[in-house]
Write a protein of this length. Structure first.
Length: 437
């Protein structure tokens, strides 16, 4: 089987190394040897260390490489939307099988890739696009195909999980934890895609598409990042027996008209320490799947890095190569359900709201009245001196309210009205609470 590799950065180099080190085993598993036909790169002369590959295989013409008749499988580890989309559509329409780790492209325009695969008759595999080496996507689209998945909740971004874990363990603020993550190589020089939730939102779209047999794009995902999470939020969560995680949540449910829909969201949330995801620390990923017959399932492991991602890529290469040798094609995209995406305002959540209020009689009654007007039930209230200590800020007090489950729109409207009250100096923090009663 002849392979075209598009990209030879951190992941691409690990793919080459694994192909070289495990060549005999891979050939035995597939029934034929794997050979690299060419490697498309931006700069041929770049230092790639002692990479075990013939230098003449490098090319700066990816389309020319893809169009070669002797190429069976195209592996794409470049990332981004264009020109990757053009390359992969060309390969798939030509009947070649494609293995990609490109979560951004799959989330923005996976439909184009799936349509091209159907047209050309090749396979499209992308296990490495979500949660690195964790076997997750294939169980969703194959092992659980006989079941009805109702909810997928996951920690799918290692950078943000490292930051939040560090804040919880040390009491550090967001900026300090981000600096540590950058120094250790967990965060990019520009961490926007991670800390603002774009990376997790792309992965959430892919997970929802597979779990619910519906085409879901990144634009359909409600997205919030972790930049507003403070050390005080983390301490408050701990006082409640919770921790804060950036969660991707995809769930079936009825919309306001009673129709079955899909809701997909990414945001920081407090979860009880008893929840299986609460113990997932450092830069690890974990995804919690709930299905009618299988019940609750947990997938856990390293979600990023060159070697783990390359492991997932090679697993897909083995699968598509076996299919080509057998003259068969894997099951095509399953999007028959075609469910509508439910608006975020209809999501049922709980809220943790921290207010800085005037310390005088009648304040709690006035605040409770706002919640009542929006039909949001209060579960607990904790009041204390401003700043959390006896010295405080004189005439101010801290008020922490946790609600019962209510529509997100009602909770958001409550917060908007609270911000307009004279007695509310500021709404210091607003966080959703997931995974509890």
């Amino acid at each position: 089987m002849r392979l075209a590799l598009l990209g030879c950065g951190t992941v691409g180099q690990e793919v080459v190394r694994l192909l070289h080190e495990q060549s005999a085993d891979l050939a035995a598993r597939i029934g034929a040897p794997l050979e690299i036909a060419g490697i498309a790169v931006r700069r041929i002369g770049r230092d790639r260390g002692d990479l075990p590959v013939d230098p003449t295989l490098f090319t700066t013409d990816p389309l020319g490489l893809i169009k070669r008749d002797d190429v069976d499988v195209v592996i794409e580890v470049v990332g981004g939307i264009e020109p990757a989309r053009t390359w992969l559509v060309e390969a798939l329409r030509a009947g070649k099988s494609v293995v990609t780790a490109n979560k951004a492209l799959l989330a923005e325009d996976g439909a184009a890739l799936h349509d091209a695969a159907a047209e050309g008759g090749g396979d499209l595999y992308y296990e490495a696009s979500v949660a690195g080496a964790i076997p997750l996507l294939r169980p969703l689209r194959e092992s659980l195909h006989g079941d009805r998945i109702t909810r997928v909740t996951g920690i799918v971004n290692g950078t943000t999980n490292f930051i939040l874990s560090a804040m919880d363990a040390t009491g550090a603020g967001f900026a300090e934890a981000l600096e540590e993550a950058t120094e250790l190589g967990y965060a990019e020089a520009d961490p926007t895609a991670d800390v603002e939730g774009f990376d997790a939102a792309a992965k959430a779209a892919i997970l929802a598409s597979l779990a619910f047999h519906t085409r879901v794009a990144a634009a359909d995902v409600h997205r919030e990042g972790i930049t507003e999470v403070t050390a005080a939020d983390v301490a408050s969560a701990r006082a409640m027996g919770c921790t804060i995680k950036l969660l991707c949540i995809a769930a079936r449910g009825a919309d306001a008209a009673g129709r079955e829909t899909v809701g997909v969201r990414v945001h920081p949330a407090m979860i009880p320490l008893t929840h299986p995801l609460a113990s997932v620390g450092d830069a690890f990923n974990a995804v919690f799947v709930e299905a009618d017959a299988a019940g609750q399932l947990m997938f856990y492991g390293r979600g990023a890095g060159g070697a783990p991602t390359a492991s997932a890529v090679l697993g897909d290469v083995v699968a598509v190569s076996r299919n080509r040798l057998a003259g068969v094609r894997a099951a095509s995209e399953s999007a028959y359900a075609d469910l509508a995406v439910r608006p975020m305002g209809e999501a049922l959540t709980r809220y943790h709201i921290s207010l800085d209020v005037a310390d005088r009689p009648g304040v709690l009654e006035a605040v409770a009245g706002v919640f009542a007007r929006h039909d949001v039930s209060i579960a607990t209230v904790r009041q204390g001196p401003a700043g959390g200590g006896p010295a405080g800020r004189g005439d101010d007090a801290d008020l922490v309210i946790v609600t019962h489950v209510a529509p997100d729109a009602a909770l958001a409207a409550t917060v908007r009205e609270l911000r307009g009250l004279d007695i509310v100096r500021s709404v210091a923090s607003v966080l959703r609470v997931e995974g509890g009663a």
